[in-house]
Write a protein of this length. Structure first.
Length: 388
């Protein structure tokens, strides 16, 4: 075959691949069109399965392909086995003039006396192997080897491009999905905090204080409730919040719930500041508040008494550590808890998992429970990133 013919085949193959957008089309185009133009009678194209360390037959020209885009008795070859497996292992092409003298030769559909095998490789990444055989001894030449190696290189570049595009599309689809989940998280968190039942019960508590002429408590409750509503609405479109504001709102939230539940619990907040101003420390929004939303509502479902929250917050340049120790005593329940809005409250653990997935925050948490002489003790350690 003349040099001009080699160039024509390379140009033909390059143009033919331009419109191919999946690996199957690339491999079958290579086998059925390009290989046939070289005058070969048999060719099998393998792709490597890296986890299993095997070569998998994907396309063919000749006896292995009696029908369009169908392989006859496809086989897998372990990397390192046979001539094809050795080429996959070494990454170096081989030209075998007489297969009867090569102990590595593996019989597939028929015995053939010459073989040429080249790796499909680009930037040290092995994608597969092109393996061609012929019944005549010494059929393949060094020019064939050079030509087939060039074709394999073009094929490898195209496969890489297709896989990169596929990975990019998958990442974009995943990003869109995560953005939708993040929006749903924000709406669900707000719904959890400003559920109509919560709002109604808060307004009902204000009405109760007014009708019992407890004006001071009514004004105090209304003022606290207003602060929370403004904070939630202001934070709805934001992913982060200053630690100062979050602690401030935590205080107002616990105060509101304490008023609402007739002083059924006590709480204390202590802060250990190692560096920086609390207003300059930034953390993911709503995480801390949702933890206490879960704890307070669940404790009231369970009708516990003698509740106390010990809240310790430690800050550093890289993280904020929240330590909660919750003490309470159980009461016997005569009736099962009502199926009300508390069942709609989002679990704070689900929020943390989604934030880690979407934002990569690497928030960690650990919860332990114990019972000491009738006193239930729950400890929660939550590590949040300092996003300042």
């Amino acid at each position: 075959m003349k040099h001009e013919q080699f160039e024509d085949i390379l140009i033909y193959f390059s143009k033919s691949l331009m419109g191919k957008e999946n690996e199957e089309d690339i491999l079958w185009d290579l086998a059925k069109n390009c290989i046939s133009k070289l005058g070969f009678v048999d060719c099998v194209i393998y792709l490597v399965d890296h986890p299993k360390q095997v070569l998998v037959q994907k396309a063919a020209y000749g006896p292995k392909n009696p029908r369009d885009f169908k392989l006859h008795n496809p086989v897998n070859i372990a990397i390192g086995d046979g001539i094809t497996g050795c080429v996959a292992k070494t990454g170096k092409p081989e030209l075998v003039m007489d297969t009867s003298l090569d102990p590595r030769y593996i019989l597939d559909d028929d015995n053939r006396l010459s073989e040429i095998c080249v790796p499909i490789v680009y930037e040290d990444v092995l994608y597969g192997v092109i393996d061609c055989e012929h019944p005549e001894k010494g059929f393949f030449t060094a020019r064939h080897l050079k030509m087939l190696s060039a074709i394999a290189s073009i094929c490898a570049i195209k496969i890489k491009s297709v896989r990169d595009n596929k990975e990019l599309i998958e990442k974009q689809d995943k990003l869109f999905q995560l953005r939708e989940e993040m929006l749903g998280l924000k709406l669900k968190t707000l719904n959890s905090q400003l559920n109509p039942h919560f709002v109604f019960n808060s307004l009902n508590a204000i009405q109760y204080f007014i009708t019992t002429q407890n004006t001071k408590l009514a004004l105090d409750y209304f003022s606290t409730f207003s602060r929370l509503v403004r904070f939630y609405l202001k934070q709805l479109g934001k992913d982060t919040v200053s630690l100062y504001n979050e602690i401030d709102m935590l205080h107002w939230y616990l105060k509101l719930q304490k008023l609402r539940y007739d002083d059924s619990f006590e709480y204390s907040i202590s802060i250990e500041k190692k560096s920086g101003d609390l207003k300059e420390i930034t953390i993911p929004s709503f995480v801390i508040l949702l933890v206490f939303e879960n704890l307070v509502e669940q404790s009231n479902i369970n009708k516990v008494i003698d509740q106390h929250f010990n809240i310790d917050i430690a800050t550093s340049e890289k993280k904020v550590v929240l330590k909660i120790q919750y003490h309470c005593k159980s009461m016997e329940q005569t009736t099962p808890p009502k199926n009300d809005y508390r069942n709609e409250i989002m679990k704070w653990q689900d929020q943390v998992e989604l934030l880690n997935t979407v934002k990569g925050y690497q928030i960690t948490h650990n919860t332990t429970s114990a019972n000491n002489d009738g006193v239930n003790i729950k400890s929660i350690v939550l590590e949040l990133p300092n996003l300042a």
